[in-house]
Design a binder for this molecule. Structure first.
Ligand code: FCB
Length: 423
């Protein structure tokens, strides 16, 4: 297996999904409004982060991506909470002392509730960019001695599509039928690109040697049928959810690395009735529309086995996507998420082996992949529910949040320890 020395092996988490107690987040307000299962104490990682470091050590990990919770660090506009920043710095320091490289994400979906109280249109206006940059500035000042790899945004298109397109996530805005205007033409994507560019400039001025990237969710897209129209629909969907942002940033040299979050394959069919002329076969869309309408509009789901999220398991897609991104942008890649919701844990070992073999294949074809971070270290709050179990460590929320290795943890530890030799 072609994993070079120094390959990064580890896990990813996100602050809101594991820390607990983030009552100032717009997600906490959303859960109450929509009567979703509340995130509450999540996995209690804000108190138990040392336990998380211990789990990472047990896995022999040498890298960990976590995020900083904006609403915790900045509970009111312009007001920063130094104690929170100090705790993040202590976390990063302990990780480094344990030989685990901290990779810090600055925006992972959750935002301060005050941002939307002040600016209900959110990122449809300019104001959030300035607030975000003030937050980034303080975080970098506090962590620059400990952290030199930064992810500005996690899956900006997933966040924007759910929050501003479908309206299923906060701020709950629906611009599904004006995707082109809202997202593409000097729209939301370009605003996020600007926030990334300026955040990167801030980071580099504080830490010239820092590496700054973003994490993009990239699905393995396939045409629903072997027809030119479906291929064209696929291309316009690809441009919207993957390509436009990467084209803007990649061609301007604004990415030191590209984080790849890979989970599944999506079939895309042509549809004159739908925005972008495309019917992308996401399970979430099928659930929102109902099966009959979904199929009437040409929606196709993959036939393979599915995870507890309903996502089709397509390991070869990881290699395909990695190779495609490498060939298109020639920017070093880091797999920043890949994992399986599997309450039984019985499918996690095969999932790991098959996806890592596929990644190794892409590397053998020349893709420059620097690491693999599994989603996730511990069971987490999955944006509305605790039911999906992604953790290599299960968390017993009724019993003091005790962490216990889940199926797959042992195998992952041996893969990591052998630098992929046992695959
Ligand atoms: C990704 C998100 C992450 C988690 C996984 C399962 O889209 O980045 O927060 O929810 O999916």
């Amino acid at each position: 297996m072609p994993f070079p020395e120094g390959f990064l092996w580890g896990c990813s988490t996100a602050a809101y999904q594991v820390e607990g107690g983030n009552t100032g987040s717009n997600w906490a307000a959303w859960e109450a409004k929509k009567r979703l299962e509340p995130c509450g104490q999540a996995a209690n990682s804000w108190e138990m982060w040392r336990e998380d470091v211990r789990c990472l050590q047990e896995l022999h990990a040498n890298a960990y991506r976590f995020s900083v919770e904006w609403s915790r660090v900045c509970p009111h506009p312009g007001e920063f909470y130094d104690e929170a920043l100090e705790r993040y710095a202590a976390m990063a320091r302990s990780l480094r002392l344990a030989g685990i490289r901290p990779i810090v994400c600055l925006h992972h979906f959750s935002e301060p509730a005050w941002l939307y109280e002040r600016h209900p249109r959110g990122w449809l206006g300019e104001e959030p960019v300035e607030h975000f940059l003030r937050f980034v500035d303080r975080v970098v000042l506090a962590l620059r001695g400990e952290v030199s790899e930064w992810v500005t945004f996690n899956e900006p298109l997933v966040w924007l599509m759910f929050g501003y397109g479908l309206g299923h996530w906060p701020p709950g805005l629906r611009h599904l039928f004006s995707l082109e205007r809202t997202f593409l033409k000097d729209g939301l994507i370009d605003r996020v690109a600007r926030a990334h560019r300026e955040a990167r400039r801030l980071i580099k001025s504080a830490q010239p040697e820092a590496k700054v990237g973003l994490a993009q969710n990239v699905a393995d897209l396939e045409p629903a049928r072997a027809r030119v129209e479906d291929l064209q629909a696929l291309q316009s969907w690809d441009r919207l959810v993957h390509g436009h942002l990467l084209d803007v940033l990649g061609s301007a040299g604004e990415l030191d690395f590209l984080g790849l979050n890979y989970y599944t394959r999506i079939y895309v069919a042509a549809s004159r009735l739908l925005p972008m002329g495309a019917m992308p076969g996401y399970g979430e869309l099928e659930a929102a529309m109902g099966k009959p309408l979904f199929h009437l509009l040409g929606g196709r789901r993959g036939e393979g086995a599915r995870t507890d999220m309903g996502w089709e398991v397509v390991p070869t897609g990881l290699g395909r996507v990695a190779l495609r991104l490498w060939n298109a942008y020639k920017v070093p890649l880091l797999v920043t998420e890949n994992g399986i919701a599997d309450a039984t844990g019985l499918r996690r070992e095969d999932f790991l082996r098959d996806h890592l073999r596929s990644l190794a294949w892409a590397m053998g074809q020349g893709a420059d992949v620097r690491g693999y971070l599994h989603w996730s270290l511990v069971d987490n709050y999955e944006w509305g529910s605790f039911t999906p179990r992604f953790g290599l460590y299960s968390v017993d929320r009724a019993k003091a949040f005790k962490r216990k290795p889940a199926n797959g943890a042992k195998l992952y530890a041996s893969i990591v320890k052998s630098n992929g030799a046992v695959l």
